[in-house]
Design a binder for this molecule. Structure first.
Ligand SMILES: N[C@@H](CCC(=O)N[C@@H](CS)C(=O)NCC(=O)O)C(=O)O
Length: 219
């Protein structure tokens, strides 16, 4: 049975019961890592939910009109969507200031790094849509534009990596998941080349047990 929220912040919140999930989704992976870190993974049913930007999943959209994953079902029937909101919810239910500080400048900084990684990943997902179009329909201009955007974001992360805080927080989780998506879908771009600091940071990230348990996979 799911347990109710503990502690002052989470007392009145219904617990999560199910997650719309796929092993290919880096945004889902963020939520899975937080569920594991908070000791909640065992009480949440994983519902395999195929999504494809080109083929809306109409059955799933009856529940989530946005048609995106992750989406988290709570025991009172509420459906939460968007990984930052879901992670914030879980970390309110089970506060873990090491993952997301409760207030102040440190919290803002973690959320800033999460927002950067999520926005980079959003752009990379759009880039992938361009790359999987039939060759005759592909735009070299759009492809080149997204290559430049991704490269600039990765260079920024590589410059920032030596100053990333030690430990493991929500900003790290978003950053590590976005980089893992490049390994899954863009092995040809070799994002590590010339970005040694970011590559070393990502190796350490992937070694965390919750990261090891949630590796992205094609099936
Ligand atoms: N901002 C959302 C993005 C979620 C997202 O784009 N998920 C992808 C899978 S990785 C998806 O559902 N794509 C299907 C679609 O956009 O129709 C979040 O952080 O959860």
């Amino acid at each position: 049975m799911p347990s109710a929220g503990r502690g002052p912040a989470g007392d009145s919140l219904p617990p999560p019961v199910a997650l719309h999930w796929s092993p290919k989704s880096p945004f889902v992976r963020k939520v899975m890592i937080v569920l594991i870190e908070c000791g909640l993974a065992g009480q949440v049913e994983k519902i395999r939910t195929p999504v494809d930007r080109r083929k809306p999943n109409l059955a799933y959209m009856q529940q989530n009109a946005l048609g995106t994953i992750p989406a988290l079902r709570l025991s009172d029937g509420t459906l939460l969507f968007d990984s930052p909101l879901i992670c914030d919810y879980l970390l309110t239910l089970r506060p873990r200031p090491d993952l997301l500080p409760l207030a102040g400048r440190d919290r803002f900084e973690v959320l800033r790094r999460q927002a950067f990684a999520d926005a980079m990943l959003d752009a990379i997902l759009v880039w992938r849509q361009e790359r999987i179009r039939p060759a005759a329909e592909r735009s070299a201009e759009v492809d080149a534009a997204y290559a430049v955007k991704a490269s600039a974001a990765l260079d920024r992360l590589n410059r920032d990596a030596p100053a990333f805080p030690a430990g493991f927080d929500l900003g790290h989780i978003a950053t590590g998941s976005a980089l893992a998506y490049l390994d899954l879908r863009f092995p040809d771009i070799d994002w590590r080349r010339g970005r040694d600091d970011l590559a070393a940071w990502h190796r350490a990230f992937e070694d965390r047990p919750s990261a090891r348990a949630t590796r992205l996979a094609l099936d």
